[in-house]
Design a protein around this ligand. Sequence first.
Ligand code: ADP
Ligand code: MG
Length: 225
Amino acid sequence: MTSSQLVEILTEVESRTILDKYKIPQNKYKFTTCLEDTLNEAKKLTYPLVMKVVSKKIVHKSDFGGVQINLKNEKEVENAYKKIFNNASLNNISAEEIDGVTIQEMEKGIEEILIGVKRDPVFGPVIVVGFGGILVEIMKDISLGITPLAEKDIYKMLRKLKGFSLLDGFRGSAKADLSSIVEIVLKVQEMIINEPKILELDINPLIVKEAGRGSIAVDARIVMG
Ligand code: ADP
Ligand code: MG
């Protein structure tokens, strides 16, 4: 066996199935494999919608033009479908290499947070929280915690973030639902303890809403080994 056969990067859809098992809140979505089904599923969801490519060949979907957001009607959904396949082919990914798409509800919140886990050979599972979304690479505003983490440890990790004030009602803006983030980190911790085959996990972004309104994962990537 080569090293590439020892690890498998799960697609968003596969990763979401595992999040579901641990009751981590996620937005409504459907996986579809043709335009007709996608249009039918879109009818059952609340606009605006988001469409994303699902392919084992594509790990960072937005790098490939594989994430189309803010779709406001059926026509835009149809166009997004065509765009996604076209963008993939521009990146030398053929239609056969695409499993399908997800059509999902677009969530609005105060901030995009990331929750990640890596297994360290010395420290064991290490949990990362930080500011997420597409700015993650530029901001690098994260805090680390070695498991097991108690609720108060997770609050401490959040308060350590340079941008914490953005979650804490900066200049009179709404406060973010911190307790929902903490609750989700605890669920992630439970997952990593129960699933020894998970090498890495990234929920990015977790869309954090106003205090009392919760947080919702809209993307996930799990690496199995
Ligand atoms: P990837 O990380 O593979 O590039 P994502 O699914 O994270 O793709 O999408 C990229 C960005 O698009 C996210 O960081 C977020 O800003 C936005 N986005 C994706 N899905 C949703 C959604 N359901 N609701 C709101 N914004 C979304
Ligand atoms: Mg993402």
